[in-house]
Design a binder for this molecule. Sequence first.
Ligand code: FES
Length: 147
Amino acid sequence: METATISRHDFFRLVGTSVGVILLSNCSMGCSRQENSGPTPVDQKVDFTLRLADQANENLRVKGGYVIANDIIVAQSKEGKFIAVSANCTHEGTQLTYKSAENQFFCPLHLSRFDTAGNVVMGPAAKPLVQYLTVVDMAAGTIRIHS
Ligand code: FES
């Protein structure tokens, strides 16, 4: 019976190539995983306008009311004054609500609270929300939300 032999040089060349392929595929899988699980970029340009006359925005017509649009929560905190912050909790991404009695944003899942500027009032969330600027045009009945 004949046995196949392989030179030491060929053996290491073949094994080295295989290890390289394995490491390369693990790296590319790891890199793509990191891209998918990273935080949402906060430097995205935001600029949109809500019309108070629209049915979807009727809650904004009353003091203490709020709506969520484009992952941003917009609330009328005082008569004719509007505030806007990112709508998802920085702890685990739960959609926030606005509590007019406390003038704070509230996470229903683990009870984090944020002030009107998006700063953490109570954890477990540790990072602030993104705050957006609001421009009210009462004559036109619009609220512009922008970064
Ligand atoms: S998801 Fe909001 S506090 Fe946990």
